[in-house]
Design a binder for this molecule. Structure first.
Ligand code: F6R
Length: 607
C-alpha cells in the first residue's frame, strides 16, 4: 500500500524523504513523489514507477526546503502515472494520502460546481481542494484541515503541508496507520516505524480518528471533536530492525532462509520444550468453554488459518468456521454464544480482516489475533494477541510469516486440545517434541533448494500449473499456487486432490505440470490414485513427498522432490518451504520483480 513520509527538519529534507520512502518500498507502489516548501513556494518532483525514477528527476532538478512530504503510491483511483502521483497541490495546500476517500465522487462534484479545477483522477485531490476552500474562507491551516477531515468518509492516512507555514505538517488517521517520530528539533511523520527508523526510535502511533499538528517544537493530537487527546510515546523496535538483504539476492530469499530461526523463536514463545508441555500464555477465551471458533484472514494468512482448521478439529475436537475476511465481513454470520474468533494477519492492518474483527466485536465475541506487527490496529483491537516472532517481512510474498503463523496455530491447537481434554499428557509431550523439530525440518528442506531450482526451470516455460493435495496439503496446494502466480505471473490453481475428477481433470494434457504435495500419511494412497488419473492423461507430475512416499508411488513423475521424514502434525510447516522455493526460483528464472511483484501491496489497507 501507499507509503507516507513527512519531515519538519533543519536540513534539506528531500533526500531524507526519498531514503525513508525506500524503506517503505516493500509495501508495493507504482509511482512516487516528494514536495517541499522551497523559497516560500510549494515545489514537487514526481515520477511513475520505481524510486530510482524519482531520484533521477531530483538529480536533474534538485529540490531544496526544510519541510516536506513524500509518498509512494499504489494506484486505486486513476492510473499510475506522474499526474496521479502524490503529492497533490491545491492553491496553498500539498497533500499525500494512503487509503480511499469513499465519498470522493460527491465531493468532487460539489467542488467542481464551485469552480475548483482538478488536475488528476485521484480521490486525494478532493481533500486538497476541500482544505483550500476552508483556507479561502479565512480559517487557519489546522482548522481548515480539521473542517475538511469532517467531510471525509472512508479509510485514510494523510499528511498535509501549507505554503506560508514552514513549521507545520498536519497528519490524520482513519484506518491506515500513521506514526509520529520525535527527533531533536525535528519531527517526522510516517506510515510505519520502519520508515522512521533512521531518524528516531521515539514513536507515537495515532489512533483511528486522531489528527495531529506536527511542529519542530512538538506535537498536539486531537480527536474528531477537536478535543486534545494524549497518546503514549513508545520506543519503537524500528531502529534495531535489520532491513537489508544480507547476502541474499532478494528479501524473499532471505526470508525463506530465516525460517528455521524464526519458527524456533516463535515456537519457544508458546511451548515449554524442556517440560514437553504447552506454555502458560494468556488467552482471551477459555478453549474448554467454547463450542465453535470462527477464523478469518486474507490470502496466505487465510490459508494458514485453513490448515489450522484441520488441527483444531482433529486434535481438539473444536469445530472451526474459516472464512476469507472480505466474505466474512458481509455475510452476516450468526455467532452463537460460547464462540470465539481468531484473526490472522502479518501486517495487522488488512482492511477486510479488521472489518471482520469489528463485526465480531459488535457481536460480543472474545477476539484473539495472530499478528506479526504488535503495534498494529488488529493487535490493538483484540482482546488477546498471539505474536508471530518472524521479524519484519519485507518481501511482498509472505513466507516466514506464514510458517510462523502455522507455528502459533499449531501451539494454540495443542492448548485447545489440552484444555478440552482431547489429548493425554503423553500425547501433549509427543506433539510438543514433534513441533520442536520443525526448525530442523525447515533447515533440511532448504537444502533442496538447488534441486527445486532445476524443477523451476521446467515451470518457467509454462503458462498454467495445477497444485494438488489432500488434508492439510490441500491448503498448502492453494498456497503454492498463490505464491507461484503472485511472483512469476504463471496461472496456477490449488485443488483438493479428490476434487480433480469433478472438473479440473479436463485441463490435464501433456503440457500441464501438476505439482502434488503428498507426504506419506494415512491418505497417501488416495492421492496416488489421483496422480494415476493425471498420469493416464499425460499430465507431467512433480511430486513433493518423503522417502517412503517416493518408494511407494510407483508411477512416472517428471521430478520427485524428497523431503525429510516429518510427522503428520508438523508436515504443513516443513512442506511450505519447497513450495515457496519453487515459486521463488521460477520467478527469478523468469526475471520478474520478486520482492515487489506488479500490482501487489504488502499491507492491504483498502477494501
Ligand atoms: C501472499 C500475501 C498475501 C497476504 C494477505 C494478508 O503472499 O502475502 O496474500 O497474506 O494480503 O495480509 P496480512 O497477513 O498482512 O493480513
Amino acid at each position: 500500500m501507499c507509503g507516507i513520509v513527512g519531515i519538519v527538519g533543519h536540513t534539506p529534507v528531500a533526500p531524507l524523504i526519498v531514503d525513508a520512502l525506500k524503506r517503505l518500498e516493500y509495501r508495493g507502489y507504482d509511482s512516487a513523489g516528494v514536495a517541499t516548501i522551497e523559497q516560500g513556494h510549494l515545489a514537487r518532483r514526481r515520477a511513475e514507477g520505481k524510486l530510482v525514477n524519482l531520484e533521477r528527476r531530483l538529480g536533474e532538478e534538485p529540490l531544496g526546503g526544510l519541510i516536506g512530504i513524500g509518498h509512494t503510491r499504489w494506484a486505486t483511483h486513476g492510473v499510475p502515472n506522474e499526474t496521479n502521483a502524490h503529492p497533490h497541490f491545491a492553491e496553498d495546500v500539498a497533500i499525500v494520502h494512503n487509503g480511499i476517500i469513499e465519498n470522493f465522487a460527491e465531493l468532487r462534484e460539489e467542488l467542481s460546481n464551485e469552480g475548483f479545477a482538478f488536475a488528476s483522477q485521484t480521490d486525494t485531490e478532493v481533500v486538497a481542494h476541500l482544505i483550500a476552500r476552508e483556507l479561502r474562507a479565512g480559517k487557519a491551516p489546522g482548522d481548515a484541515a480539521f473542517a475538511a477531515l469532517k467531510r471525509l468518509r472512508g479509510a485514510f492516512a494523510l499528511a498535509i503541508m501549507f505554503r506560508g507555514d514552514e513549521d507545520l505538517i498536519v497528519g490524520a488517521r482513519n484506518g491506515p496507520p500513521l506514526a509520529v517520530g520525535h527527533g531533536d528539533g525535528e519531527m517526522y511523520l510516517g506510515s510505519d516505524a520502519i520508515a522512521l527508523a533512521p531518524f528516531t526510535n521515539a514513536i507515537t502511533y495515532l489512533e483511528d480518528g486522531d489528527w495531529v499538528v506536527v511542529r519542530r517544537s512538538g506535537i498536539e493530537i486531537f480527536d474528531m471533536d477537536g478535543a486534545p487527546v494524549a497518546r503514549q510515546r513508545q520506543q519503537s523496535i524500528g531502529t534495531s530492525m535489520m532491513v537489508d538483504k544480507g547476502n541474499h539476492r532478494h528479501f524473499m530469499e532471505k526470508e525463506i532462509h530465516e525460517q528455521p530461526e524464526v519458527i524456533s523463536h516463535t515456537l519457544a514463545h508458546y511451548l515449554d520444550f524442556s517440560a514437553g508441555t504447552v506454555g502458560n500464555f494468556d488467552l482471551p477465551f477459555d478453549f474448554a468453554g467454547i463450542e465453535r471458533m470462527a477464523i478469518s484472514a486474507c490470502g496466505t494468512a487465510y490459508l494458514a488459518g485453513l490448515i489450522s482448521k484441520y488441527w483444531f478439529e482433529r486434535y481438539a475436537r473444536l469445530p472451526v468456521d474459516i472464512d476469507i475476511a472480505s466474505e466474512f465481513r458481509y455475510r452476516e454470520m450468526p455467532l452463537p454464544k460460547n464462540s470465539a474468533a481468531l484473526f490472522v494477519s502479518q501486517s495487522g492492518e488488512t482492511a477486510d480482516t479488521l472489518a471482520s474483527l469489528r463485526y465480531c466485536r459488535s457481536a460480543g465475541v472474545p477476539i484473539g489475533a495472530i499478528v506479526n506487527v504488535r503495534e498494529s490496529t488488529i493487535a490493538r483491537e483484540s482482546d488477546g494477541i498471539f505474536p508471530t516472532l518472524a521479524g519484519p517481512e519485507i518481501g511482498v510474498a509472505s513466507t516466514k510469516a506464514f510458517t510462523c503463523q502455522l507455528s502459533v496455530l499449531a501451539s494454540l491447537a495443542l492448548k485447545a486440545a489440552k484444555a478440552r481434554g482431547t489429548i493425554s499428557a503423553e500425547q501433549e509431550r509427543d506433539f510438543v517434541r514433534q513441533l520442536s523439530e520443525a526448525p530442523r525440518y525447515a533447515a533440511q528442506a532448504l537444502k533442496l533448494s538447488e534441486r527445486i531450482e532445476a524443477v523451476a526451470r521446467e515451470l518457467s516455460h509454462v503458462r498454467h500449473v495445477l497444485y494438488l493435495g489432500r488434508d492439510t496439503s490441500y491448503p498448502l496446494a492453494m498456497e503454492g499456487a498463490l505464491k507461484l502466480k503472485e511472483i512469476s505471473y504463471i496461472h496456477a490453481e490449488g485443488y483438493a486432490a479428490g476434487e480433480l475428477k469433478h472438473g479440473p481433470i479436463a485441463l490435464i494434457d501433456e503440457q500441464m505440470p501438476v505439482i502434488v504435495i503428498a507426504p506419506y500419511d494415512r491418505i497417501f494412497e488416495k492421492t496416488v490414485s489421483n496422480m494415476q488419473e493425471v498420469a493416464a492423461r499425460g499430465g507431467r507430475i512433480i511430486l513433493i513427498t518423503d522417502r517412503e512416499g517416493a518408494a511407494k508411488a510407483t508411477l512416472k513423475t517428471l521430478e520427485t522432490i524428497v523431503m525429510p521424514d516429518v510427522p503428520e502434525f508438523v508436515a504443513p510447516i516443513a512442506y511450505a518451504l519447497p513450495v515457496q522455493l519453487l515459486a521463488y526460483h521460477t520467478a527469478v528464472i523468469m526475471g520478474t520483480d520478486v520482492d515487489q511483484p506488479r500490482n501487489l501491496a504488502k499491507s492491504v489497507t483498502v477494501e
